[in-house]
Design a binder for this molecule. Structure first.
Ligand code: NDP
Length: 434
């Protein structure tokens, strides 16, 4: 805490991981040698830079850009770019730290990184978004590369923004290699990448339920958020027979007791992805029930999928979900549950998957996009989806292996943290003190 003042999210993420690791390290003391833990909590490099651009009124705007290059131990830095006014060093350091373990869990050769800006895309014109993306890359380009650091999307950065950034990257570098993932299909994107995080989260929930002899079929599901991850979590949950009763955004929650349908989801996607509107606009167009300023956690469900942002589900929310009989919580977002909420789920015997395990399908499919680009190939949808499912099943198996407690129950938190750590730590030890 002394070394990282004013960085609560980063300290929260490190605390959560270290609490899991400590008993394991006591049993395997070689992991406390060679300054390994001290090195692991220090990003290898942080780049902070000015992003200046001109808005539609001709005024100069100045934002701050960041790239956290946390660990290259097992491959090029890899992790998304976030555009949101809440972006700061603490948020991006927590995300880059988590990303390092998550990427290890996928078993693909990717290190950990994260970046972004405090730029707020809400209310900006398409021209302003493009000029901002170009200004951002005009500095970022010298720090990234296909074998160095490969960013992707995150909150506020979808296919459109990745396209603008990848285009500027090409112009500045005169190279067409894979420096961004989440690209459009016509210029190197992978099939299933847009769907991958949401689908993967639901695949993971399905695996957890399967381990208890259950399935998603017929269960009630709440989803928070209504962006990229949330939309495809809704789609896959419906496909597997669940009844999805909520989506949300920072303005409030849609509660739909009849359950989402493909037609309702198409309408939501139109509002969010093409009109850049709010869920309240979706409610106005469809007559759905909208609860302003409220999160979805008071709605009774069997399965909760938090897919919006960090710390969106606290101990009180967890208590309400548990009282209402929730059996499974799989995180599509990064660190959406506070530490106390996560502990409450585990103590109550809820199947609880932390984001670094359950939302790893997005970066895994980004890894598959890198492979396809390097081979100058594009794989069919079925092949990418099958690999995604296989990777999620592999992560589930790794969590069971490392997360089994002496009483036979499983902590997915410990499992994910230890499995990710072992791979990164072994790679770091083998490569010496660098
Ligand atoms: P989007 O920008 O597409 O959607 C974000 C959603 O979360 C929106 O509904 C947004 O609502 C809501 N949200 C964002 N910030 C806040 C906030 N401070 N308070 C309340 N609601 C908020 O982002 P993604 O769907 O890509 O990302 C969602 C989460 O999933 C993030 O935690 C991200 O790190 C994580 N993730 C994403 C991956 C990906 O492949 N995209 C991969 C792995 C994890 P509003 O529009 O009102 O802001």
């Amino acid at each position: 805490a002394l070394r990282n003042p004013g960085q609560p999210e980063f300290l929260q993420a490190v605390t959560e991981v270290m609490e899991s690791l400590w008993p394991f390290i006591e049993e395997h003391p070689r992991y406390a040698e060679h300054g390994l833990l001290e090195r692991l909590v220090e990003p290898e490099r942080i780049v902070m830079f000015r992003v200046s651009w001109v808005d539609d009124h001709g005024s100069v705007q100045v934002n701050r850009g960041y790239r956290i290059q946390h660990s290259m131990a097992i491959g090029p830095y890899k992790g998304g770019i976030r555009f949101h006014p809440s972006v700061n060093l603490s948020v991006l350091k927590f995300l880059a730290f988590e990303q390092t373990f998550k990427n290890a869990l996928t078993t693909l050769p990717m290190g950990g990184g994260k970046g972004g800006s405090d730029f707020d895309p809400k209310g900006k014109s398409p021209g302003e978004v493009m000029r901002f993306c170009q200004a951002f890359v005009s500095e970022l380009f010298r720090h990234v590369g296909a074998d160095t650091d490969v960013p992707a999307g995150d909150i506020g950065v979808g296919g459109r923004e990745v396209g603008f950034m990848a285009g500027m990257m090409k112009k500045l570098s005169n190279r067409a290699d894979c420096v961004f993932t989440g690209k459009g299909l016509s210029f190197g994107g992978s099939l299933v990448r847009p769907e991958a995080t949401g689908y993967g989260t639901v695949y993971f929930a399905q695996e957890m339920l399967k381990s208890k002899g259950r399935s998603l079929d017929g269960l009630r599901v709440s989803v928070s958020g209504s962006g990229n991850v949330a939309q495809y979590a809704v789609e896959k949950a419906m496909e597997l027979g669940a009844k999805v009763v909520t989506v949300s955004d920072s303005s409030g929650t849609i509660v739909d007791e009849d359950g989402f349908t493909p037609a309702k989801l198409a309408e939501l996607m139109e509002v969010k992805n093409h009109l850049y509107g709010r869920v309240s606009d979706y409610a106005a167009r469809t007559g759905a029930t909208f609860e302003a300023g409220v999160r979805p956690w008071h709605v009774p469900v069997d399965v909760a999928l938090p897919c919006a942002t960090q710390n969106e589900l606290d101990a009180n929310d967890a208590a309400v979900l548990i009282k209402n009989g929730v059996v499974c919580v799989a995180e599509g977002a990064n660190m959406p549950s506070t530490i106390d909420a996560a502990k409450a789920f585990e103590a109550a015997g809820v199947l609880y998957a932390p984001g670094k395990a359950s939302n790893a399908g997005g970066v895994a499919t980004s890894g598959l996009e890198m492979s396809q680009n390097a081979a100058r190939l594009s794989w069919p949808r079925e092949e990418v989806d099958a690999r995604l499912l296989q990777i999620m099943q592999g992560i589930h198996a790794a969590c069971l292996h490392y997360g089994k407690r002496s009483d036979g129950t499983v902590s997915y938190v410990d499992g994910a943290n230890i499995a990710g750590f072992v791979k990164v730590a072994d790679a770091m030890l083998a490569q010496g003190v660098v």
